[in-house]
Design a protein around this ligand. Structure first.
Ligand SMILES: Nc1ncnc2c1ncn2[C@@H]1O[C@H](COP(=O)(O)OP(=O)(O)OP(=O)(O)O)[C@@H](O)[C@H]1O
Ligand SMILES: [Mg+2]
Length: 662
């Protein structure tokens, strides 16, 4: 007996027949074979029992009172959809047998039937049921396995895809959305080369050649894949293809015959590429920095020597001597050379460096307002973050950086335009490190955006190199950004550019921050010497009058202004005693500084006079000083410079020509 006796004991069979003789003899027979039999007279009886019980096999008579066998069949399926049912038909009708099978019966028996037929049918049905169960378990297993792979593929950080023999996407996982911004459905049905960067299309052919040659690039090929959002944006991806053919439920690698599809994986390696290019860039700048630093250092020594001898000769020459002015010229040019080397040193990061807590907003506002006053053709817009963190910086050096950036922006907008200055707190996460070339951490950030001519990529790659300039001779030395780069690097900060030709530029600087507050270190402002005297300011340039008046007022002085020598004299005559100091521009139309000085001295012999000029101190200024002028200050001057000079003059210490140049 198949299955053996112990297994048989668990097989439960239900018999439903209204004919007592029939059901009893069937029951007797089956029990004798070892099955456990339950006997029911009609449909109602078994349906009442069904909610609590199930059977391994149902023998249903078709001719039943109340509900016939077909109706009962349906009701049994409601309880047990897979119930193995054998219908017994008395009419020997083929039709009813077919109908029973259609309705889902496993088999049928035509009465009258032999014992052997009954047992054979029962065994068959039980075997069929077992096979069906096994089959279902296998299908479940298969679907579980399929789901498992699907999960793994969809959760992969890499893009995983399959291409048909024409190179068209058949499947692509969800990673493609995160990396390139395409929804998988957008790509399915379109060719792979749609997402390949145009410059890499030729290279990407190797990916498809591999399926033929079979030798190439087990390690993968690096190719730029396009992002959906921005047609210019791309990611560097390392791509591996596997050429396969799928036949009769099998996968064959690199077969020559049959349709060849591709299984592909694309890994985003942009981060590594960025780090590499940062490293290359840093090494290049380091090398140029060493070179520039060496040159600047040696040149400073040479300049010092020239300067020293020129000073010595000047000190023993009379100003009437024919070489006197020539030597002054030598000095002036030494000065220009020294400025150049100072900028080079800035780049080489060998400059002096005094960091302290700095309010970047304040600095930006101050420097930009000063700059904007003289550049009427550009407007400056501020977007300064209010609770900006405190930067840790050398104020003087950063000021230099800012001015360089403003000047560049201005020069990039010959027909005028806008400069946007924005500050922001920047907590740089690890992912940003490669892009900006900084350690992760907190920084303050300033961006200077202009609406100027912009730069193409080729220029952008070189702008931080010393002496790289696109400006005509005499307009640019190409040291502005190089020194900015060095200064920021020296601060543990960075400078970055985003630009495209014709579309303006944005320079962004990052400075490290400090917990210390700015207050305690506002010494430079406190150092400014204040006064309450009255100052007469004489200058023909409205801008200069404005800014200098503001500076003086800030220092506590009372200020009167005159736009030419004549006005100055009038004012002096009116309130001669009240005025303590006159700041006098040297070059003015009409009455020059020198002439005004002489006339003023006739009105007020004791009046202190500070001469001021945009030129370096020269013969004429020196002459005026000799005639009793108290001091000289060169434009542009800082408030600090001005306060020191005024204090010196009002303190009665007459400045000597030599010391003025220090
Ligand atoms: N805002 C900008 N817009 C367009 N191009 C710029 C801008 N800033 C800098 N550049 C480009 O970068 C080059 C280098 O700038 P950098 O400030 O180092 O030198 P420069 O301005 O030419 O000379 P210098 O600053 O020494 O007077 C410039 O010549 C210019 O081509
Ligand atoms: Mg510049």
């Amino acid at each position: 007996m198949p299955g053996g006796r112990t297994e048989m004991e668990t097989v439960k069979i239900a018999i439903v027949d209204d004919v007592a003789g029939m059901r009893n003899s069937l029951g007797f027979l089956l029990e004798r074979e070892g099955y456990r039999v339950s006997i029911f007279e009609n449909g109602i009886e078994i349906l009442n029992a069904l909610p609590q019980k199930t059977f391994d096999l149902y023998l249903l008579d078709i001719c039943l009172p109340e509900m016939d066998g077909f109706q009962l069949l349906e009701r049994v399926f409601e309880h047990d959809p897979d119930a193995p049912v054998v219908m017994m038909t008395g009419q020997a009708s083929i039709d009813s047998a077919v109908r029973a099978m259609r309705k889902g019966a496993y088999d049928y028996l035509r009465k009258p039937f032999e014992h052997e037929d009954l047992l054979k049918t029962v065994r068959n049905v039980l075997e069929k049921k077992r096979l069906k169960k096994e089959n279902r378990a296998m299908l479940d297993q298969l679907s579980l396995s399929e789901k498992r792979y699907r999960y793994i593929v969809q959760n992969s950080p890499d893009i995983i895809y399959t291409l048909d023999p024409a190179g068209v996407f058949m499947f692509v996982n969800e990673a493609v959305e995160r990396i390139l911004g395409f929804a998988p459905e957008e790509l399915i049905g379109s060719p792979f080369h749609r997402i390949v960067h145009p410059d890499d299309r030729l290279k990407s052919r190797w990916l498809f050649e591999e399926r033929r040659s079979g030798e190439r690039a087990a390690a993968g090929i690096e190719i730029r894949l396009l992002c959906q959002k921005d047609s210019a944006a791309y990611r560097h991806c390392l791509i591996k293809h596997m050429a396969v053919s799928e036949r009769e439920g099998e996968i064959f690698r690199r077969t020559e015959s049959g349709r060849i599809s591709i299984y592909g994986v694309a890994r985003d390696v942009s981060y590594r590429c960025q780090l590499e290019s940062q490293l290359r860039e840093a090494q290049k700048m380091e090398a140029i920095g060493t070179l520039a630093g060496g040159i600047a250092h040696d040149f400073n020594n040479i300049l010092m020597c020239i300067q020293g001898y020129a000073s010595l000769m000047l000190s023993s020459l009379d100003s009437k001597n024919e070489f006197y002015d020539k030597l002054l010229n030598v000095e002036r040019n030494v000065q220009l050379g020294a400025e150049l080397t100072a900028r080079l040193l800035g780049f080489a990061r060998r400059g002096k460096y005094h960091v302290r807590p700095v309010d970047l907003n304040g600095m930006v506002r101050r420097t930009a307002e000063m700059f904007g006053r003289t550049k009427k053709e550009i407007t400056i817009h501020y977007g300064l973050r209010e609770d900006l963190w405190t930067a840790l910086a050398d104020e003087g050096q950063i000021e230099q950086v800012l001015l360089n950036l403003y000047v560049n922006a201005w020069q990039a907008m010959p027909d005028g335009g806008k400069i946007y200055l924005q500050t922001e707190n920047a907590a740089l996460p690890d992912e940003e490190i490669a892009r900006i070339g900084l350690k992760a951490g907190n920084y303050v950030m300033l961006s200077v955006t202009d609406t100027g001519i912009g730069m193409d990529e080729e220029i952008q790659e070189r702008i931080f190199e010393p002496f790289f300039t696109t400006k005509e001779r005499g307009r640019g030395t190409g040291l502005g950004l190089a020194s900015a780069y060095g200064i920021l690097k020296n601060h543990g900060g960075a400078i970055r550019v985003v630009s495209s030709k014709g579309a303006g530029s944005t320079f962004t600087i990052y400075l490290p921050i400090t917990e210390a507050s700015v207050e305690e270190t506002h010494r430079p402002i406190q150092e400014i010497r204040k006064g309450n005297e009255t100052v007469l300011l004489v200058d023909d340039e409205e801008n200069i009058l404005q800014v200098t008046r503001e500076m003086l007022q800030k220092m506590g002085y009372e200020v009167l202004v005159a736009r030419n020598g004549g006005d100055a004299l009038d004012l002096l005559r009116q309130g001669a005693e009240r005025i303590d100091l006159m700041i006098l521009d040297m070059i003015m139309p009409g009455l020059s500084g020198g002439k005004t000085f002489d006339l003023v001295k006739k009105v007020r012999r004791d009046l202190k006079v500070l001469l001021s000029s945009g030129y370096c101190i020269n013969g004429e200024a020196e002459e005026i000083i000799r005639r009793g002028c108290d001091g000289f200050i060169q434009k542009p001057y800082t408030m600090n410079d001005l306060s020191k000079r005024i204090a010196a003059v009002l303190g009665g210490r007459k400045q000597k020509l030599r010391s003025l140049e220090a």
